[in-house]
Design a protein around this ligand. Sequence first.
Ligand SMILES: *Cc1c(COP(=O)(O)O)cnc(C)c1O
Length: 381
Amino acid sequence: MDIRYFDHAATTKVKNEVLEEMLPYLKEKFGNASSMYTIGRESKKALEEARKRVAKLINCNASEIYFTGCGSESDNTAIKGIAYAHSNKGRHIITSKIEHPAILNTCKNLERQGFKVTYLNVDKQGIVNLDELKNSIRNDTILISIMFANNEIGTIQPIYEIAKIAKMYNIIFHTDAVQACGNVSIDVKKMGIDMLSLSGHKLYAPKGVGALYVKTGISFYKFIEGGHQEKNKRAGTENIPGIVGLGKACELAQNNLENNIKHLKEIRDYYISKVKENIPNVTLNGAIEPRLPGNANFSFENIDGEALLFNLDAKGICASSGSACSTGSPNPSHVLLAIGLNEKLANGALRTTFGEENTKEDIDYLVDNLENIVKKLRTTK
Ligand SMILES: *Cc1c(COP(=O)(O)O)cnc(C)c1O
C-alpha cells in the first residue's frame, strides 16, 4: 500500500536535491570545519555558504545565524539565553498559551528559577490580543516570545504589530518560526524581529539541525559550553552534512515560495470544502486567514481522534490528532483548549498538513476514507 503523507507539520522527507548536496560531506569531504587542511577548509566553506543561504531566506546577515541541533534547541537558547544574559535588567517574560512545548516547558523551567512568565490568551481564532500584550508589559519585562505560526491550527500571529510594540518598550522579540519558514514570506528586517528559531526537518532538510537568528548587538547566554564553534556561542563540532542540507532546503524554499504557497492553498482549500460537503458535524479549528497555506485542523463531533488516526493508518494515511509532541499523552491539546474547545471536541480533532508532493488525487483518497471511517465510528458508538 502506498503511504499518503499529510503530516508535514510533524516532519518532512528530505528532498533529493538536498540529499545530493549533503552526500559529499558524509563521504569524502568529511573534514572537521576547524581543521587546517584542505578537507577541513572545504567543510568550513560549506558551513559559511549554508549560513548565507539560511540568512537569505529570512533576510538577515549571515553573521546573525547560529546553527543548532534542532528547533527545540533554538527555542531553548533564545529563551534561556536572553533570560540569563539580561536578568540584571529584569526577570519577566511574555509568551502565549499556544506555544510549542519547546517554549512552554523552557518558560516553566525558568519560573522554577524565580523568573515570572505571562502566558497570553488567544481568541477563538487562535490569535493573541495586542492590547493584552501591551497591558502585560512591566518595567522588568526582558523578552516577548510569540510563535510566528502555530503547529496545530496553523494560525499566523500579527508579527509585525507585536514587533512594533516590543520595540516601543525596548524589549527583545523572539519568534518561533519553525512552522512558518518555507511556508510564509519572512523578512526579519522589515518585520522588526530580533530573534527567530527554525528547524531543518520541517522544511525538507534532515532532522537534527536547526538555526537561531539573533540580531547583531543582542547579547545572549551561551547554551552549550565547549569549543569555540559558532562564534563561541554554541560549542560542538558542526553537523556539516545537516547544515549543508538546511542551507540547500532554505535556498529551494526561497526559490519555490510563491508556487509552494499557491499549491498548498489549492490543496488545502479543496480538502476543506470536500470535508464540509461530505461529512456532517465538523468544524474547522482556527482562523481560515491568516493561516499556514498547508494546514487544516477539523474537529469531528462524537469521534475519538485516536480511533480516527488508527483507522486512517490502516489505509496508509498519515495524519495527526494534534501536535506530534502530545500524541501518546491522554491530555487534550493545550492549543485546542486555549481556543475554547471542550475536551471532547479537542479529542476529536484531526490535523492534516499538506506538502509539496501532495496532489488533489491524494485528497480524494483521504476524504473518501475519512467519510467512511467517521460514519463507521459514529454508528458503532
Ligand atoms: C517542530 C517544532 C519545534 C521543534 O523543532 P525540532 O527540530 O523538532 O526540535 C518547535 N516549534 C514548533 C512550532 C515546531 O513545529
